[in-house]
Design a protein around this ligand. Structure first.
Ligand SMILES: [Fe+2]
Length: 347
């Protein structure tokens, strides 16, 4: 069901207040021709109502001819900010940017964040945003998990389906997503609720079995049969299985870039209001799949870029793959067991 403007306005005000938006701050709502107008319009109203000075910056869409779909997560990293010094200056001069076009993984986003601007991505359907409205307890749980990942030297993930994967940490910072851009230079995505980290280069090793019913993003598909992924020295070396494995292989091959096979962030979801089933209820192009990325107890792993963590691997192919029924351990201490969160302070 749709969300009414007054209801969404209340939600936006609440989220912007939790993002510490203060009267007199400069807020830029970044839009393109395919932005959700309800998100852009209500965000502008809510920011204005809180006393911010609001600008809408509209940039032409791009990548249409390169991406093989209209999905914003299907081709990432190259944005209309490339070569647009005026637009970049506008974002860097803002206290807060509300991004409805998805700058994630671009070097321009890193530049804006380094200027101290906080950025909130808002591209999911309004009803998903409202159902998963960020709460203080979500932030607390995500930060607790983030501290544990930050202190860990190793992660091991196992499952009855056959996953046995290990990696080492220390090279890259921790990624925490709780849906609020509440500090200078912080990026987040409303809605989100997970913690993750990029493995040290070359350290990811083992087998990940994507089981029937696990989710393949950005394809927005549930796997229909197991896919066995072999990882050696930080790179995916083999993808075996039936139709789904072939689809995954062919999608990755279409980028013609060996960097697409690098392991990227690994972590787990903590959102009890997010559901594994939601993806099956939507048209694939209607949402990004944040329920899939956030549902409590998933093991979310990914491939491709590391620019978000400060690396220079800016490959436009990025898969996010949330698995069910996995056990995730940090330095031998279980965070999840068979897809359930076991640490009380993360529940
Ligand atoms: Fe990702």
């Amino acid at each position: 069901m749709a969300i009414s403007d007054p209801q969404f306005f209340k939600g936006w005000k609440q989220v912007l207040q939790m993002c510490n938006l203060k009267p007199g701050e400069q807020v830029t709502v970044l839009t393109s021709d395919d932005s959700n107008r309800q998100i852009a319009n209500i965000a502008k109203l809510a920011a204005s109502d809180l006393g911010a000075t609001v600008t809408e910056l509209n940039l032409a869409p791009m990548n249409g001819e390169k991406a093989i779909s209209r999905d914003k997560s299907g081709y990432i990293g190259k944005t209309p900010l490339e070569g647009n010094a005026a637009a970049l200056a506008c974002l860097k001069a803002s206290d807060m940017v509300i991004d409805t076009i998805q700058l994630l993984f671009s070097k321009e986003q890193e530049e804006v964040l380094k200027a101290g601007t906080r950025m909130l991505l808002a591209v999911e359907p309004p009803e998903v945003m409202m159902r998963l409205l960020p709460r203080p307890e979500d932030k607390r749980r995500v930060l607790v998990a983030g501290q544990r990942i930050g202190a860990a030297k190793t992660m091991r993930v196992t499952s009855a389906a056959g996953t046995d994967f290990t990696c080492a940490f220390g090279q890259y910072p921790v990624l925490t997503q709780y849906g609020l851009a509440d500090e200078p230079g912080r990026w987040d995505h409303w809605p989100s609720c997970f913690s993750a980290r990029w493995p040290n280069e070359g350290s990811a090793e083992g087998t990940i079995v994507i089981d029937e019913g696990d989710i393949l993003l950005p394809f927005k598909k549930y796997a229909r049969a197991p896919i066995t992924v072999t990882i050696e020295k930080g790179f995916i070396r083999d993808i075996k299985g039936g139709y789904d494995a072939e689809f995954m292989r062919k999608f990755m091959e279409s980028f013609n870039d060996p960097r697409a096979y690098a392991m990227a962030h690994v972590g787990w979801g903590m959102e009890t209001r997010a559901h594994w089933t939601v993806l099956g209820l939507y048209n694939p192009e209607a949402q990004l799949g944040m329920d899939a990325r956030s549902f409590a107890g998933n093991f979310l792993w990914s491939s491709g870029p590391n620019t978000e963590a400060g690396g220079d691997r800016d490959v436009p192919c990025h898969l996010d793959i949330p698995l069910r029924n996995c056990s995730v351990a940090l330095d031998g201490v279980f965070m999840t067991r068979d897809g359930e969160i076991v640490q009380d302070d993360q529940k």
